[in-house]
Design a binder for this molecule. Structure first.
Ligand code: SF4
Ligand code: SF4
Ligand code: SF4
Length: 312
């Protein structure tokens, strides 16, 4: 029986849903696993069930799974405790491996973030009251939103927003098998994409908005559709790690829905430079990279940790 602890930091819980989406295989795995801590499913207070504790408590476990990145002091404290309590630490999801969507916040100051969230968001009803969040007893925001490995050693990284359940099951099975290494292959979404490529831009030569509908015959398979980048959509397949089709490298999820890849699996490899690589990809099919709107936020939408996105 392997003890497992799971935590979510600035997570949306999509990664936890991905764990449940392992489905039947999870039922087979459960007799070998003992979840000793998983706040999303089991009520567990950090400082004792009635708040009587003096120190943050997370039980010892062999495997620790952490989703979400780090943006406030509570995330950081919980992450360090997870590292201390667990022999093997898995970063689950692109927020944990690369900063994910929340790391877009790195383009703004904390004051700007607070002002927008509490006052200026289109969904905030301005009642003339200007609450000051600093007066409440909430964890203070850190300067940057970061990936887990910017603070602690991470043993296994499973990117994806959310990760395909097969990779999670694969990692757990590998660990049960006594292996301590598990890695997604370093190949791009394009490498596993079945669309047709003609190595030239569309007839109009114009970059299109993501919301426009690509040209394809719904009666025919995806392999009959022309590459979306060549059709003028800024598909991030060339600079995004493959994996969303699961361990069998099935058609990438967005492409199978005839939608361009938005980069949710993060960079193809840790040393990659998506901005430079994507400019080359655009140029290779004849598009002018200078016409790409909001380059930084667009290309680093899921990977703004590791100092990639900075204040404007
Ligand atoms: S990686 Fe995606 S699904 Fe997972 S916590 Fe982050 S936003 Fe949610
Ligand atoms: S750019 Fe997009 S549509 Fe074209 S091959 Fe790559 S993933 Fe497929
Ligand atoms: S196609 Fe791209 S954005 Fe869509 S699920 Fe796959 S990696 Fe994520």
């Amino acid at each position: 029986m392997v003890k497992v602890a799971e935590e979510w930091l600035n997570s949306c819980s999509g990664c936890e849903i991905a764990i449940l989406n392992i489905g039947d295989a999870l039922v087979d795995l459960l007799p070998s696993l003992e979840f000793v801590h998983i706040p999303v499913l089991i009520d567990k207070k950090y400082y004792g069930q009635t708040g009587e504790g003096k120190h943050l408590e997370i039980p010892k476990a062999v495997v620790g799974i952490v989703s979400g990145g780090v943006k406030n002091s509570e995330h950081l404290e919980v992450l360090h405790k997870m590292r201390e309590s667990c022999d093997i630490l898995i970063a689950l999801g692109t927020c944990a491996t690369d900063g994910g969507l929340p790391a877009l916040a790195n383009m703004y100051t904390n004051d700007e973030i607070r002002e927008f969230s509490y006052h200026d968001s289109p969904t905030t009803v301005d009642k003339g009251v200007r609450p000051n969040p600093d007066k409440f007893h909430i964890p203070h925001m850190l300067e940057h939103c970061t990936a887990l490995d910017e603070h602690v050693k991470v043993d296994i990284k499973i990117p994806g927003c959310p990760p395909h359940p097969e990779w999670i099951a694969g990692a757990v099975l590998a660990l049960l098998d006594g292996k301590t290494e598990f890695k997604l292959p370093e190949r791009s979404v394009c490498d596993v994409c079945p669309t047709k490529r003609e190595r030239k831009k569309s007839d109009t030569g114009v970059l299109k908005r993501m919301l426009e509908t690509p040209e394809y015959d719904p009666e025919k398979p995806v392999s009959d559709m022309r590459c979306l980048l060549e059709q003028g959509f800024m598909c991030l397949g060339p600079v995004t790690r493959a994996g969303c089709g699961g361990m069998q490298a099935r058609t990438p999820r967005c492409i199978s829905a005839r939608v361009p890849c938005r980069g949710c699996y993060g960079p193809v490899r840790e040393s990659a430079l998506p901005l430079i690589d994507y400019v080359s990809a655009l140029a290779s099919v004849g598009y002018d990279p200078a016409k790409m709107p909001d380059r930084r936020g667009f290309l680093a939408r899921f990977s703004g940790g590791h100092g990639v996105l900075k204040k404007i």
